[in-house]
Ligand binder design. Sequence first.
Ligand code: NAP
Ligand code: HSE
Length: 429
Amino acid sequence: MSSVPVIKAALLGAGTVGGGVCQILEWQKDEMPRKLGTSVELKKILVRDKTRKREGIDSSLLTDDWKEILEDPEIQIVIEVMGGIEPARTYILEALRAGKNVVTANKDLLAEYGQELLDTAEEEKRDLMFEAAVAGGIPIIRPLKQCLAANHISEVMGIVNGTTNYILTRMTADHMEFSDALALATELGYAEADPTADIEGYDAARKVAILASIAFNSRVTFPDVYTEGITKITAADIRYAAELDMVIKLLGAARNTEDGIEVGVYPMLIPSTHPLATVNDAFNAVFVHGDAVDDAMFLGRGAGKLPTGSAVVGDVFEIARNIQAGCTGKISCTCYKNLPVKPAEEMRNRYFLRLSVDDRPGVLAGIASVFGNNNVSISQVIQKNVSDGTAELVVITDQVVERHFRDALLVIKEMSMVKEIPSVLRVYG
Ligand code: NAP
Ligand code: HSE
């Protein structure tokens, strides 16, 4: 075969994802010339500790000096898989300003500094790609930016955190309590030593900020996302959901409404017939509604060495093609609108409220009247577990403004007949 040009790349980070990238580039070595009309080779790999042996990594490529990469004119693609905000942000900005193209898997960085990074890429006419930053191996960034560009997208909603989906699946399928399911997720390596970002919903919030920005062509950042985690979900909530023919999932949900973007991450009851209800274990899925395409769902593995490496290397190949064609930077920032993001109190949702109350006449009527006085319309009431003068009530509302629901809740909490409110959850629809 005739020789093809070789494009040199540098990897920043040789951990889980970096290791996957090295392995996939090796697997693809023979096919690259025919697939791309070029070949991509790693020239340097940046790590903190270059003396440590790393399986599957060519130790002769290791460096702990960023300048060796930045100042090497032969390196045209920088692949950032270090994580964290700094020095990743500075390195990416410097790489772009030095005329290099960048691939990153760093959702923490993109969810806060995406605008700055994309503006710089645009100024420099270079590519900045980040398919792996949301839902790991699932193609969703390029589908939203390119394949679905003909749509006005009104909703994007997803299970974008594998750890919490695994925990909720165990709570549903094996009737575990939250703490036992978290311990199992940790034992199996799904949850990190410090699982806070996963179980409190922050990881999902970063991903949904990126998704909403791209889907609605308007910048949404991490602090814009109203976030609740799954730490308060109990086996009893899961049982009630099942009785209503629903399941509880941690959803990142964004809607493009007439008066602004509604965006949040919270545990939500969804009908067991909804496509997202069947996404179990550590799988991720993103559901999109567009005016032309109607409903579409993307499903797969949201994390791990090879699935995430697959998305990163896919971006590297796309950049290699663009370099060959002389058209890097052809798709820059797609946030050309400036839509308001609604405060949480103004968002509309349906609610599930579970209360322990005195089992006596007038209690239900009293609670219903507080809801009515606050513009909260009730769609369903279930009474359960009557014992020792206590009844358990489950109230499901219609879609209501969050502020009205919160106002009603403040009054209900103070009612003498209300003993406890063990859970308040959102309901899809
Ligand atoms: P990781 O296993 O902790 O690896 C991080 C690597 O970066 C290590 O090799 C580390 O070097 C290197 N590094 C960190 N800070 C550095 C610095 N200041 N200078 C030089 N090297 C530095 O992380 P990971 O799981 O691969 O994740 C990498 C990125 O991918 C993160 O942004 C993460 O959010 C994203 N991501 C990960 C997954 C996943 O499944 N893991 C999925 C989607 C996205 P040493 O080895 O010398 O310490
Ligand atoms: N911690 C994430 C998850 C993977 O559990 O889905 C990295 O984005």
